[in-house]
Design a protein around this ligand. Structure first.
Ligand code: CA
Length: 513
C-alpha cells in the first residue's frame, strides 16, 4: 500500500473517530444559553472545567445571567422574576418556588419535551419512579429536573457518637438500649471520665440547637413534625403516644444534668468546644465531620486516648432509630418561558443524564480530576486529593464538580474522597435499617401552598417553643400537654393534615402513572 493511500485511510479513520466522538453534539454551531444559578454564595462560572467540557461535547455554552457580586440566590431569583426578563435556564434550591413560577407561566412544563427529546431522562424516570415523583408538580407538570442525591445507595447522614475512651476508662460497655444509654450517661456524669477531679462532664450535647429536640426525641422513635405511618396515613408527631413517652424522658435527662444545660443556646461551636475541652460524651451529628476529630493532632495531644465512635442508636421498645436522614434531592433546574430554544435546552438537560454527563458532573474530566483504575473504577487524581491548603471538596467546587444543576449524584464520588471510617459507619446504619426516612417533599397546588405555609409556620413555632419549655423545666409536661394539643388544633392542624394527606396521595399516584 502506498504511503498516500495509508495517509488517506488514516485521515478517514480520524474523521470517523471524530464523528463517533461527537455523539453528544446538540447544535452544529456553538450556542449560548443564559443561566441563573448561585449555590453556597457562588455564582455559576462558565470557566469551570466541567462546563467547558460539556460545551466541547454539546456545542451548548451556559453563560451566567446574574453578576458575580450577587451571592444570594433568592434575591437574584426575585430580581429576575420582577424584572420580567428571565434567563433561559433557572437553577434554584427551592422547588416550590420553581413550581409556583411554573404555574404562573414563567417556567415551561417539560413533560412533552422529555417525552420527545430527552431519552436519558425518560429512561431514568422509568428506572427510578421515586425520582420521577420528586419532579412532578401538583398539577401533573414537570417544571424542573431535580438535582438528585444518590438516595438509593446512601440515605444515612448523621449518627450517634459516643466517647469510646470514656467507656473504656470506666469499664462500661456500649449501650444497646435506651435504658443502658441512660446508665452510661449517669456514669459519664458522676465518675469523672476526664479525670480532672471535677464533675464537669456533659454527657449529651448538640451542635445544632435548631434540631436538638428533634434528634433527642427521634432516638425514641418519636417525630416532631408530619410523617407518614405504615398505613400511608399522614400524622403529626407531637400528637402521638410515642411523643408523650419520649418528651418526659428527655425532661428527666435534662433535670439530672445529663444534657448540656445550654443545649438550645450554645450554638454551632459546641461540638468543637465540648470535644476540645474533653467535656462532652455523646452527640448526634454528621458522620464525616464528627469522625474527623479522631484525626485532629492538636486534640489528640491534649486528650491522648480520645476516641469518638458512631454506634447504632440504642434500641427503644425493640427498635433503633436514626433521625435526620438524607432526602432524595436538593433543588434543580427548569427552562423559562422566554427561553430562545426549549428543545435545545431540554437536550442539554438530557446530556447530564448520559453516561458522559453523569461522570462529568460527579468526577470532572478524565486524566485531569480523575482517572480510571485497572478495574474501570474512578479515582480522583492528586489535583483533587492533595491540593495544598484545600480540602478535596473545595477543589471539586472550584471546578464546578457537583454544582447544583439537574443531575444524579454518584455515591462513589463521596467514597473517593471521604473518610473510610465515616463511610463504614454510614453503611453500618444502612445495613442495620435504623435510618428513619423523612416524609417526601410534598407538592401543593397554589391554594394549598398558601394555606399550608401559614399553618406550618405556626405549628413549628408552637412545637419548638413548648419543647424547649418542657425540656428546660420551665413548665410541666403533663400539666400543659392537653392545652398544647388544643393550641395545635386552633392553629389549624386538622386542615394541615388533610392537605398533606391529599398531597401525599397525589404524590404516590404520580408514581403509578
Ligand atoms: Ca471531670
Amino acid at each position: 500500500m502506498s504511503i498516500k493511500i495509508s495517509l488517506v485511510l488514516l485521515i478517514v479513520g480520524i474523521l470517523q473517530n471524530i464523528c463517533f466522538a461527537n455523539d453528544y453534539k446538540i447544535s452544529k454551531v456553538p450556542i449560548k444559553l443564559s443561566i441563573l444559578a448561585i449555590q453556597n454564595g457562588k455564582t455559576f462560572d462558565e470557566n469551570w472545567i466541567v462546563f467547558k467540557e460539556a460545551f466541547k461535547d454539546t456545542n451548548v455554552k451556559l453563560k451566567s445571567y446574574s453578576s458575580k457580586n450577587l451571592t444570594d440566590e433568592i434575591q437574584a431569583f426575585n430580581l429576575a422574576v420582577s424584572s420580567g426578563s428571565l434567563p433561559d435556564i433557572i437553577s434554584l434550591a427551592y422547588p416550590e418556588k420553581l413550581e409556583s413560577l411554573g404555574m404562573d407561566g414563567g417556567i415551561i412544563p417539560l413533560n412533552d419535551l422529555i417525552e420527545k427529546h430527552a431519552p436519558n431522562i425518560k429512561s431514568f424516570f422509568k428506572k427510578y419512579p421515586r425520582y420521577k415523583m420528586d419532579a412532578v408538580a401538583a398539577d401533573g407538570n414537570i417544571y424542573f429536573i431535580p438535582d438528585y442525591y444518590d438516595w438509593y445507595a446512601m440515605r444515612a447522614a448523621q449518627g450517634l457518637f459516643i466517647r469510646k475512651d470514656w467507656i473504656n476508662k470506666l469499664g462500661l460497655k456500649i449501650p444497646e438500649t435506651m435504658e443502658e444509654l441512660y446508665d452510661v450517661m449517669i456514669a459519664f456524669k458522676t465518675k469523672d471520665p476526664n479525670q480532672n477531679g471535677k464533675m464537669d462532664e456533659i454527657p449529651y450535647f448538640e451542635r445544632s440547637s435548631e434540631f436538638a429536640d428533634k434528634e433527642l426525641i427521634g432516638l425514641f422513635g418519636a417525630e416532631i413534625s408530619f410523617y407518614v405511618d405504615e398505613n400511608e396515613t399522614v400524622i403529626f408527631g407531637p400528637t402521638t403516644k410515642r411523643f408523650k413517652e419520649a418528651v418526659p424522658q428527655i425532661v428527666k435527662w435534662y433535670r439530672e444534668g445529663l444534657i448540656d444545660p445550654e443545649i438550645f443556646t450554645r450554638g454551632f461551636q459546641s461540638r468543637d468546644y465540648m470535644l476540645r475541652n474533653d467535656l462532652g460524651g455523646i452527640t448526634f451529628d454528621w458522620f464525616a465531620s464528627t469522625e474527623s476529630y479522631n484525626k485532629d493532632t492538636e486534640l489528640k495531644e491534649k486528650v491522648k486516648d480520645f476516641e469518638f465512635i458512631a454506634i447504632i442508636p440504642p434500641m427503644y421498645a425493640g427498635k433503633s432509630y436514626a433521625p435526620d436522614a438524607r432526602t432524595t434531592y436538593l433543588g434543580g433546574w427548569g427552562i423559562s418561558a422566554t427561553c430562545k430554544d426549549p428543545i435545545l435546552a431540554i437536550k442539554y438537560f438530557d446530556y447530564w443524564f448520559s453516561d458522559k454527563g453523569y461522570e462529568l458532573s460527579n468526577w470532572g474530566v478524565e486524566n485531569d480530576t480523575f482517572i480510571k483504575d485497572v478495574n474501570g473504577k474512578n479515582k480522583f487524581t492528586d489535583t483533587v486529593i492533595k491540593s495544598p491548603g484545600k480540602t478535596p471538596l473545595q477543589v471539586l467546587r472550584e471546578k464546578g464538580i457537583q454544582f447544583r444543576i439537574g443531575a444524579l449524584q454518584d455515591y462513589g464520588y463521596e467514597k473517593a474522597w471521604g473518610s473510610p471510617t465515616a463511610l463504614e459507619w454510614a453503611e453500618m446504619y444502612m445495613e442495620n435499617g435504623c435510618v428513619v426516612d423523612p416524609m417526601p417533599t410534598l407538592k401543593y397546588t397554589k391554594d394549598e401552598n398558601r394555606k399550608i405555609q401559614k399553618i406550618n409556620s405556626q405549628l413549628n413555632t408552637t412545637v419548638k417553643e413548648m419543647n424547649q419549655k418542657w425540656i428546660l423545666g420551665a413548665v410541666d409536661f403533663d400539666k400543659t400537654y392537653d392545652e398544647f394539643l388544643k393550641r395545635l388544633n386552633e392553629i389549624g392542624l386538622k386542615e394541615a393534615i388533610e392537605i398533606n394527606q391529599r398531597a401525599y396521595e397525589r404524590f404516590m399516584k404520580n408514581n403509578k402513572q
